[in-house]
Design a protein around this ligand. Structure first.
Ligand code: ADP
Length: 487
C-alpha cells in the first residue's frame, strides 16, 4: 500500500477546465478503492471554499516566504477521498477562471499562485510537514505543480519520491526569469539543467527535469513527445529522460458511459441486445435531420472544432464519403472556418449531412449510441476519450494512428490471438488516407458477422479507471523501493 499525495490544480466535481479534472476526480478514488492511502491537494479557489466551506477544518498553518501565509484545510472529495485544500485567499479566493482573469488574459500572478501550490506540495511530502501524515510518493500534475519536484530537492531532509504526469504538453507554464526571487528559488537554478527553458523559466520543464518519474496519458504519446513536432520544444529533454518516462492510458467513467444504464439515450442495450442500437440510430437520425435510408451507415463525430482534431481532413473528403454511401452526424463547436465548411455541407446535402453546433453532453451520448461508426481523424491525441466511449457503445472507430488512439483502438491488421479488431486506423494526416480507412469500414460493415464481432470486441474492452490505477500503483510501488534521495 502506498501513501500518496496527489497534487492537482483542478478536480471534478469541484473545479474543471479540462481532462486533468476528470483524471483528478477518478484516479485518486480508484487508487483508494485498491487500498492505497491517498490524499488530494487542491487550491482553495472560491468555488471549492463555497462548496465545502463549513465541512472543512484547519489542519495546519503554512508560512513559506516569500509567499503569502496559507493554511491547509481538511475535507473530503464527494467520492470520499480525503482532500487537503491550500487556503490562501489573496491567491485563490477570487472571481474569474482558475488560470485566467477572462478568456484572453492569464492571471498576472499565476507564478506565485502555482509556485505556492508546488511549494506546499513539496512541504507536505517532506520531513518538515506540519501534518502527522507522510506520503511515500508525491504525484504532481501538469505545469501547475511542476515546481514541486524542484522544491522537494532543496535541502530539508528525507522526502517522498516524485512523479510528474503531463496531461497536456502544449501548456508549459512559462514566465520571465525575473520571477525567480518571488518563487524563493536561487538564481543558480536558472541553468539548462535547472528551471531555464529557452531563456525563460518553465514550470513544466522544471518538473520534467527534477521529477523521479514522468508519465503521460498514453504509451504512444509518451513516445511521440520525444520527437518533433509533438515534443513542442521539449523533445530533447524528454528523450534524454526516456528511461524514466512511461505512458498510462487514462480510464473513462464506466458508470456515466454505460449503454446498459444510460438515461441519455433512446434505448439501452448491451452486447447481447445489440439490435436495440437501431432504436438509437433512429433517434439520432431524427435529431440530426437525416433521412431513414435502408442499409446506409451513419458515421458520428463529437469534437471540438480545432486543428488538433483533423476535421479539415473530413471536410476535404466529405463528398466522397457521402457518395459511398454514408450519412454523417457531426456535433461540435470551435473554429469558425471548420464550422462554416460543415454548414456548407449540411445545406448542400440535407438529409445526408447532419450538423449540430454547440456543446451538448446529452446529445453526445446519443451520437455514441446511435452511430454505426465514429470518426476521430486527430492530428495528435494525448489520450482521447470518445474512441473509448464509442467502443463501449458498440460503435467501431475510424481514427488516425496517433497517441491514445493507437493504444485503445485495434485495427484488423494488428489484431492478435484471434482478437477481433475494434476499428480502422490510418497513418498519413491526409483526406485520402482518411477516406481509405472509411472505405475499409464500409466494406467491413457489409459483412454483418464481422461487424458484430467488432462491436462485441469493443464492448468487452476494459477502459475502467481500475485498470489505469493498477498501472499507477505498480509505478508507485517501484518508486517506493527507491525512496527520494535524502539531502
Ligand atoms: P479533448 O479533451 O481534446 O477535447 P477528448 O476526446 O479527450 O478531447 O475529450 C473530449 C470530451 O468532450 C469528450 O467527453 C467529448 O464527448 C466531449 N465533447 C467535445 N465536444 C463536445 C460537444 N460539442 N458536445 C458534447 N460533448 C463534447
Amino acid at each position: 500500500m502506498t501513501a500518496l499525495l496527489f497534487a492537482t490544480s483542478e478536480a471534478v466535481p469541484l473545479v474543471k477546465t479540462g481532462g486533468l479534472a476528470d483524471v483528478s476526480g477518478a484516479l485518486p478514488q480508484a487508487l483508494t478503492q485498491l487500498g492505497h492511502d491517498v490524499r488530494v491537494l487542491l487550491p482553495g479557489y472560491r468555488a471549492v471554499l463555497q462548496t465545502l466551506g463549513s465541512e472543512m477544518r484547519v489542519l495546519a498553518h503554512l508560512d513559506l516566504p516569500p509567499f503569502a501565509p496559507a493554511r491547509i484545510l481538511g475535507g473530503t472529495l464527494p467520492g470520499g477521498v480525503p482532500l487537503l485544500v491550500l487556503d490562501c485567499p489573496p491567491y485563490f479566493d477570487r472571481e474569474g477562471g482558475l488560470y485566467q482573469r477572462d478568456s484572453h488574459h492569464d492571471w498576472p500572478d499565476n507564478h506565485v499562485r502555482f509556485g505556492l501550490l508546488s511549494r506546499a506540495a513539496a512541504v507536505l511530502a517532506g520531513e518538515a510537514s506540519p501534518l502527522d501524515w507522510r506520503p511515500d510518493v508525491l504525484h504532481c500534475n501538469d505545469w501547475q505543480i511542476g515546481l514541486a519536484p524542484v522544491y522537494a530537492t532543496l535541502p530539508g531532509g528525507r522526502r517522498a519520491a516524485t512523479v510528474l504526469t503531463i496531461h497536456n504538453l502544449a501548456y508549459q507554464g512559462i514566465f520571465p526569469p525575473g520571477v525567480l526571487p518571488a518563487l524563493g528559488l536561487p538564481w543558480d537554478l536558472f541553468r539548462v539543467d535547472g528551471v531555464e527553458y529557452y531563456g525563460n523559466v518553465s514550470f513544466l520543464k522544471a518538473g520534467v527535469q527534477f521529477a523521479d518519474r514522468i508519465t503521460t496519458v498514453s504509451p504512444t504519446y509518451a513516445r511521440e513527445i520525444q520527437h518533433e513536432p509533438l515534443g513542442f520544444g521539449m523533445q530533447g529533454l524528454l528523450s534524454w529522460r526516456s528511461g524514466d518516462l512511461t505512458g498510462i492510458l487514462n480510464g473513462i467513467d464506466t458508470e456515466q458511459w454505460d449503454p446498459a444504464a444510460d438515461p441519455l439515450i433512446a434505448a439501452r442495450f448491451r452486447a447481447t441486445t445489440l439490435p436495440r442500437k437501431e432504436l438509437n440510430r433512429k433517434a439520432l437520425r431524427e435529431r440530426f435531420g437525416l433521412e431513414a435510408l435502408e442499409s446506409v451507415p451513419v458515421a458520428g463525430v463529437v469534437s471540438r472544432f480545432a486543428n488538433q482534431k483533423g476535421l479539415d481532413l473530413l471536410v476535404a473528403c466529405a463528398e466522397s464519403v457521402l457518395a459511398l454511401p454514408m450519412q454523417l452526424a457531426v456535433l461540435g463547436s470551435g473554429d469558425p472556418e471548420i464550422e462554416h465548411a460543415f454548414r456548407g455541407l449540411a445545406s448542400k446535402y440535407p438529409g445526408r449531412f447532419g450538423l449540430q453546433v454547440g456543446f451538448d453532453e446529452a446529445l453526445s451520448h446519443l451520437v455514441e449510441a446511435g452511430a454505426d461508426l465514429f470518426l476521430m481523424p486527430s492530428r495528435f491525441e494525448p489520450c482521447g476519450l470518445n474512441q473509448m466511449y464509442s467502443q463501449r457503445y458498440g460503435t467501431p472507430v475510424v481514427a488516425r494512428a496517433t497517441g491514445g488512439l493507437v493504444d485503445s483502438v485495434t485495427d484488423g491488421d494488428q489484431a492478435v490471438d484471434g482478437e477481433a479488431p475494434t476499428g480502422f486506423l490510418f497513418t498519413e494526416p491526409t483526406p485520402e488516407a482518411l477516406f481509405e480507412a472509411i472505405s475499409r469500414a464500409v466494406a467491413a460493415y457489409a459483412d454483418r458477422r464481422l461487424w458484430r464481432r467488432m462491436q462485441r470486441a469493443g464492448m468487452a474492452r476494459d477502459f475502467s479507471w481500475t485498470r489505469a490505477a493498477g498501472q499507477y500503483a505498480a509505478l508507485y510501488q517501484a518508486l517506493s523501493g527507491e525512496p527520494g534521495k535524502a539531502t
